[in-house]
Write a new protein. Structure first.
Length: 131
């Protein structure tokens, strides 16, 4: 003869359900935190790479301007005039590049999807706690 277990009491069932909902809520919030952290880390790495690339480009432009200063010697004999001309070119090209770079960096990041997912997670957790 097999032993049968008595049916669980309603209080115990509710306690187990509450524990399960709590576990799910903690897991969902941890997942959302991890996902947002990963997104921010990726964004910071991307920004650092862009800043490094801009620095290398501006130094390369300065070196090219110096080469042009030397190459213009037969055409424009005064050194001060060649340097002045290339300084103007450097300011225009470098300033234009910095302006474009600044506009790209100032563009708001695409956080809408990440924020929506966090909001959905919070809604699901609160719905689970209410039921």
């Amino acid at each position: 003869m097999a032993a049968t277990q008595p049916p669980a009491k309603v209080g115990e069932l509710l306690k187990h359900i509450g524990d399960d909902v709590k576990t799910i809520a903690v897991s969902e919030l941890e997942l959302a935190r991890t996902k947002l952290g990963s997104y921010l880390e990726h964004t910071v790495m991307k920004a650092a790479a862009m800043i490094l690339a801009a620095f290398v480009a501006i130094v390369g432009l300065a070196m090219l301007c110096m080469v042009v200063v030397v190459a213009l010697e037969p055409v424009i004999p005064p050194l001060w005039l060649r340097l002045l001309i290339m300084a103007g070119v450097y300011l225009l090209v470098g300033g234009g590049g910095a302006y474009l770079f600044g506009r790209k960096m100032a563009a708001p990041p695409d956080l809408a999807n990440e924020v929506d997912e966090v909001g959905q997670t919070i809604d699901r957790v609160s719905d689970g706690l209410r039921h």
